[in-house]
Ligand binder design. Structure first.
Ligand SMILES: Nc1ncnc2c1ncn2[C@@H]1O[C@H](COP(=O)(O)OP(=O)(O)O)[C@@H](O)[C@H]1O
Ligand SMILES: [Mg+2]
Length: 335
């Protein structure tokens, strides 16, 4: 079947099992060329397995996967020439500088000495690493390493880049660095598949998001669409005296849906109020509580977290906890 020109990645009903663990159970999605697709899901959802199938590191049991126009099963070599995966070349040489690592990698990919140098310079410039690139890799922060690692993979310009949880374990500043890198890739027309456990990350970077759980796609859309399904922003209100919760509820009037009110158990200490207007809803809530003369211990505007998304989509907040068999959750961490 011919594939539309503008589709960079197409996955159709892919299954993959490891013995009795069904890692992928009929996963399907697509990513248009030049876009960032966020793949969101908890530990064990099947993110890494999906990325490994698409980058030809493992074969699907059944189903079809096309990357940059090539079938991963029948044309794996062509797929490999069109992609880049982080961590694949994680063996950066600690004694060499970032620049030398990129040059070395260029030589390994068949560039001559001059071309490798030119390419390394361009990449370091592009990713704002020109100065740091001179120092040995051994002194780099985790975030810097990851950027050099990604730069190595860009020596030969790929059509599709897979980033598997590129910011897990990084501090916020390094995370920011990886984010701007993803934006730079997109600006060059490269298609990026980014797996993450953080809704915020998918939110900032992705054109489209798929949420996967237990090896299938359980929701897809833009981040706004997903948030709308999750109920959008809400305001959390904590009165100084928990026994005043019902007074707070009264003061809020129509701002508090009946369902949220009836959720209040005897031990409740906080109230969640939908805040469709964001900060302006927050200030209206504050105004009403203030005129009722109630003291607050805390009030905050919250956006839905990944947990909220899962709670809404699956009805339970920690899908990973229930995964059978036990061996699956104690198995090697492949992320
Ligand atoms: N090589 C393997 N052998 C056995 N089980 C595996 C293997 N790779 C992944 N799994 C299992 O498949 C499921 C999906 O794993 P994975 O794709 O790594 O999830 P994620 O990256 O979303 O955390 C998990 O239950 C995991 O334990
Ligand atoms: Mg993983």
């Amino acid at each position: 079947m011919p594939l539309p020109e503008d589709v960079a990645v197409l996955v159709e009903d892919v299954h993959k099992s490891f013995d009795d663990v069904h890692a992928l159970r009929g996963i399907s999605f697509s990513a248009p060329r030049g876009t960032v697709l966020g793949i969101l899901g908890p530990n064990g959802a099947g993110k890494t397995t999906t990325v490994k199938v698409l980058s030809t590191l493992i074969k699907p049991d059944t189903g079809r996967a096309i990357v940059a126009g090539h079938d991963v099963t029948t044309d794996a070599a062509a797929v490999r020439r069109s992609i880049m995966m982080t961590g694949q070349y994680a063996a950066l040489d600690d004694t060499l500088s970032g620049r030398e690592n990129i040059e070395l990698f260029g030589r390994l990919m068949g560039l001559d000495k001059k071309a490798a140098k030119t390419r390394a310079n361009a990449l370091l410039e592009e990713f704002d690493l020109a100065d740091t690139g001179k120092r040995p890799v051994r002194g780099y922060s985790g975030g810097m390493r990851r950027r050099i690692d990604i730069a190595c993979g860009l020596v030969v310009r790929p059509q599709v880049v897979f980033l598997d949880e590129p910011t897990t374990g990084l501090d916020p500043r390094s995370r920011q660095g990886v984010w701007s890198l993803v934006q730079a890739l997109k600006a060059q027309g490269i298609t990026v598949l980014l797996t993450t456990q953080y809704l915020e990350e998918a939110d900032v970077l992705s054109d489209n998001i798929i949420v996967i759980d237990r090896g299938t796609v359980i929701a897809e859309g833009t981040s706004d669409e997903l948030k709308a399904r999750t109920g959008g922003s809400y305001c959390e209100v904590v009165p100084m005296d928990p026994s005043q919760l019902l007074l707070v509820a009264d003061a809020l009037g129509e701002l508090l849906p009946a369902a949220n009110r009836s959720d209040l158990g005897p031990d409740a200490v906080r109230l969640s109020v939908p805040a469709p207007g964001g900060a302006s809803t927050l200030s209206e809530i504050l105004r009403r509580i203030d005129s009722a003369g109630i003291d607050l211990a805390d009030i905050a505007l919250r956006r839905p977290s990944l947990d909220d998304v899962f709670l809404t989509l699956t009805g339970h907040s920690h899908p990973g906890d229930e995964r059978v068999p036990a061996a699956a959750s104690t198995g090697p961490d492949l992320s």
